[in-house]
Write a protein that binds this ligand. Structure first.
Ligand SMILES: NC(=O)c1ccc[n+]([C@@H]2O[C@H](COP(=O)([O-])OP(=O)(O)OC[C@H]3O[C@@H](n4cnc5c(N)ncnc54)[C@H](O)[C@@H]3O)[C@@H](O)[C@H]2O)c1
Length: 324
């Protein structure tokens, strides 16, 4: 069964590609390599192209008959989205509309979408359930919520069925050590800490240690990228079985403070990992922890690498071999 993986040369998409190949699907990656890597994708699976280019999309959907589309391609940096909002609305919203238009034309009506916990903004309480109010606080989060709303409109108009998957903090790497997280610039906590252990940075800066949490640092929910991929496969299968559209949080339901993450990285790497304390970042909620109960209950999702030490160990294996 042919599945289009848009953004499949990126961090999460390349792990999804491995999962699809392991499960016997026939995936095709479409990626402009703006932040992705050729090493993430076997060359015979990669179609280079850009979502902003209608001709690229026409060729792609002309050559292949896809059963479903998984859409990972977007810009992902919250801070940059505040200084360059149009860049984010262009790539994350307009280009997604281009993709949906091509799907409508080709009558492909199954769509798995990478959404984000940022659609919730600052929650009143944790754990966050899917019915919480949606109040994104930056253009990145708003761009994802806009797409969620567009998907609902397409469902009403032409029968699109979608899985809107709201990821918390994706982390870790494939157990093979062959692929892992490599954003440039890196904005995610665990790879930045591991770059300190590798000597590529002097210290890790904690953005604020006066939050109302036990150790004063922000609490986040980390999900292993392979568990994220297995959840996508369950959602994909549910769409292919005509079980209707769905929205799920993807996190472990466990929160770890930044200091706790640094401590685990110290244990795993054996490096002292010096810390600096910086000011708070605007719009950083004290706690973001998912309730993953809905996907566990409805699709039987079972995270296999939920433990933070396992997540960090897999990331470290990748960073050590790739040079970080
Ligand atoms: N990494 C996380 O913790 C996290 C958390 C929440 C949501 N997400 C979402 O998951 C998705 C994947 O994130 P990631 O960390 O793998 O990012 P990434 O930057 O590693 O991957 C994105 C991929 O999309 C490609 N791409 C971007 N714009 C494109 C375009 N116009 N045409 C074709 N290809 C294009 C890039 O080249 C890259 O390969 C994103 O949509 C992101 O918003 C990620």
């Amino acid at each position: 069964m042919k599945i289009l993986v848009v953004g499949g040369a990126g961090y999460i998409g390349s792990h999804m590609l491995r999962e699809l190949l392991e499960k016997g699907y026939d995936p095709v990656v479409f990626d402009n390599l703006s932040t992705g890597h050729t090493w993430g994708v076997p060359s015979d699976r990669l179609v280079r192209g850009d979502l902003s280019d209608a001709a690229d999309l026409e060729r792609l959907f002309g050559h292949h008959r896809f059963a479903a589309v998984m859409h990972f391609a977007s810009f992902i940096q919250v801070g940059e989205s505040m200084t360059a909002p149009l860049k984010y609305y262009d790539n994350n919203v307009s280009n997604t509309i281009n993709l949906l238009r091509a799907m409508e034309r080709a009558q492909v009506r199954r769509f798995v979408f990478s959404s984000t916990a940022a659609v919730y903004g600052t929650p009143q309480t944790v754990p966050i359930v899917e019915t919480f109010p949606l109040h994104p606080e930056n253009p990145y989060g708003r761009s994802k919520l806009m797409v969620e709303e567009i998907l609902a409109d397409c469902e009403a108009a032409w029968g699109l069925r979608s899985a809107r998957l709201r990821y918390f903090n994706a982390a870790g790497a494939h157990p093979s050590g062959e692929i892992g997280e490599a954003h440039d610039p890196e904005s995610h906590l665990i790879p930045i800490i591991l770059q300190v252990a590798l000597g590529r940075r002097d210290a890790i800066t904690i953005n604020g240690d006066d939050y109302p949490t036990p150790d004063g640092t922000c609490i986040r929910d980390y999900i292993h990228v392979c568990d994220l991929a297995s959840a996508h496969t369950l959602a994909l299968n549910a769409l292919l079985e005509d079980r209707g559209s769905m929205v799920y949080n993807l996190g472990n339901g466990k929160g770890y403070s930044i200091r706790e993450v640094i401590d685990v990285c110290r244990q795993v790497t054996g490096h002292p990992i010096p810390v600096r304390i910086g000011p708070r970042r605007e719009g950083d909620p004290a706690r973001l922890v998912a309730s993953p109960d809905k996907i566990v209950r409805e699709l039987g999702w079972e995270p296999r690498h939920g433990d933070l030490e396992a997540i960090v160990k897999s990331a470290w294996k990748w960073h050590e071999t790739s040079g970080g």
